[in-house]
Write a protein that binds this ligand. Sequence first.
Ligand SMILES: C[S@@+](CC[C@H](N)C(=O)[O-])C[C@H]1O[C@@H](n2cnc3c(N)ncnc32)[C@H](O)[C@@H]1O
Length: 263
Amino acid sequence: MNDTRSAVRAVYAGAEGRLWELLMGEQIHIDGFASSMALAAKAGVKPGLHAVDLCCCSGAGLRFLAKLHGLASGIGVDMTGEVLRQGAERNRRDGVAERIRFVQADATATGLPSASADLVWGEDAWCYVPERAALVAEAARLLKPGGTLACTDWCWGARRPAPAEADRFLAFMKFPELFSAADYASACTAAGLRVELCEDTGRFAPAIERYLADVTIQRTWDALAIIGFDQAMAQAIVGEMQHALALAKAGMLAQVMVVARKP
Ligand SMILES: C[S@@+](CC[C@H](N)C(=O)[O-])C[C@H]1O[C@@H](n2cnc3c(N)ncnc32)[C@H](O)[C@@H]1O
């Protein structure tokens, strides 16, 4: 596993991942439930689908689809064994273990059969994958003809930060680089998908503002407990979140939603 991947795996196997879950809940993406509901609606998700969630973490996306959208079966793919073990427990807790299974693999090379999924799902996670165009191509390979790619992701916004600002944000988040909405549209088209929707959801800055308020007011104690009551580290994290908020408010960061179909 290369350095980028081992740094990301360490995040989700450890304290930083637990911090994200404290701030965001089990659905570790901007606006959690509301964002998933919007993505399912825009993608036209209906009961009876077979889905693959790429970079599923503990599998909250598949449990959401199983409990609320009549998912027939789902496979979650993630490279971090710790989150998949936690996900298996949560699947049993929520009574969906028979419909959802996990594969520990790189999302760019899942080893799953071609043309096997009605829906490939991804929520705010593909930003961690350096070979993002290859990941979109893997999603397209997994889709049956007529199937749907539905994802949200952290992207550059309409304006780009100066290189030093971009590097600071990428290093804090352990992102290799980010796509823009236009990069997603190009990658989908190159992978043979027809893009139906590729747009800024407008959710990013307000959500970061809420997380900052939570971590500095309501949940400070819980956050400190996760990081061993290291107040210097807590201040540093808050500083980086404030930096991300400033970039977002300047239109430089966005959550982008993509819906694309395989002809
Ligand atoms: C933000 S979490 C995903 C959150 C999840 N989609 C949700 O909405 O709850 C990011 C996940 O991506 C996984 N990941 C990052 N790079 C990956 C890769 N190349 N292949 C597979 N999983 C990867 C990490 O292990 C982590 O569990």
